[in-house]
Design a protein around this ligand. Sequence first.
Ligand code: 8BR
Length: 491
Amino acid sequence: MDMEDWEQRHTEAFYNAKEALPYLDGMFVAYNSNIDAIRHLTEEDVTKLVGFFDEAEIQERVAVYPREIAEPMDFLARLLISMREGKAGEVPAYTEETHKWLKEHLGFDYARMGGQAGIISNLLAQLGLKKIVTYIPWLSEEQAEYFVNTGNILHPKVENGKVVLKAPAEAFNPGFGSKVNWIFEYSKDLNVTCAGGNFKVPRDNRLIISSRPKWIRLDMDRLVYEQLDSIFPVDGAMLSGYQMIKEEYEDGSTYKDYVEHSVEVIKKLKSLNPELRIHVELTSIQNRLIRKTLLTDIVAGNVHSLGLDTVEVANALNVLGYEELSYSVIRKGENGIMSLYQGAVQLMKDLRLERVHVHSLGFYICILAKGHPLTLKEQRDALLFSSVLAAAKALKGDIENFAEAEEGLRVPVSAKGLEDLENFKLYCTGRKLCSPDEFEYGYIYGPDHDAILIPTKVVDKPIATVGIGDTISAGAFAAMLARMKQIRSGK
Ligand code: 8BR
């Protein structure tokens, strides 16, 4: 694969998408958003935190290895464990106690929009889409402040029994609290002294405390559901946040209730506009039952498109009964990319999808069912556009407008990504999935599917990597829909 060709194709695809996006009427985005509170920890911070507790008790708590944050001591124990090993951690908190304690005793450096639906809404708004209708079942006043003020994000609000679309700042429910996730970042070589012991942090990493307030429900207000026609016209829906569904709730309801409602929403969206395409953005789901149910009951046969990273491909395959393939994806190694490809094809088939977009560092793979709506060149353009967005996001942390997105074009295509794909060439040509020439274009013609493989732009020293996966999926999905609309209008 030739680097120069791919640079050129990125540029062309970016401007093609820029021309096509204004053809979109709008996008519906639901369900999850939260506030990310970020705090970079110094040595003094850690000493101060340790000083709040009895050191022998800290030691005991570290040995217990708390799996949830019920009180501040649990937080400190998990922080010390994460720092000692330099290993990322994510621990749930079901009560607000630790949140309040952290606000009083430590505070955060800055806060930003978190959660897939929140990140996707802001991105599409900043790219200038005509209309984004966002639905967050737990939209609070504080959360509403984190939506960008571009005027094109609207949220359903019930007024006198009637659903109207308003800016998030006018659509929140005053009775709701906020879901705040704390992200504690720390650097390599930081010295930690606790209970007479001493260690040096082996690498940069972070501990996340994800807030799971009991009142959170992945559900749609009944009136909003009944008057769902009020969100139209929209061309697509991007749905995420299903990981919030719990097996059981204190009020006796179970995951089955929420799964059923979620499917009703999808069916109603499709009945209101049969042309509408629906994308689900996956993230890691620890609970295997919920992960499997999401795939087999919500995604399969109901939605068109799935976006996920390589670890999520492995996790999905694992609950669907493809353990060997799943391990082979995780192990990476020589067969990693082949297994990833086979795995993505399997997901397309088992879940009856039109499109599976897998993003990895340096390349993306998109599997397409035969009969998908665009040419492979057009599908490739949509992916290349999202690669530019990912580069802009890694470069700047946030893409405030189209001009900032354009800066992603300056980032070079990853040599490592090209090399990984090159290693895959023999597999593809050997199995007659494509000729060597077709491979150079990134096109694959399988017996029961087509596929696109592209090397992508990767920023050497990214400012941040949070939200890049969501940016990639949203950018590619929006660009694909926009091209479909453009064609329909005769351009
Ligand atoms: P997830 O958060 O869903 O894992 O997605 C992260 C994605 O961000 C990766 O799949 C990769 O494509 C992209 N990415 C990362 Br991580 N670092 C990047 C970088 N420095 N430049 C461009 N893309 C990056």
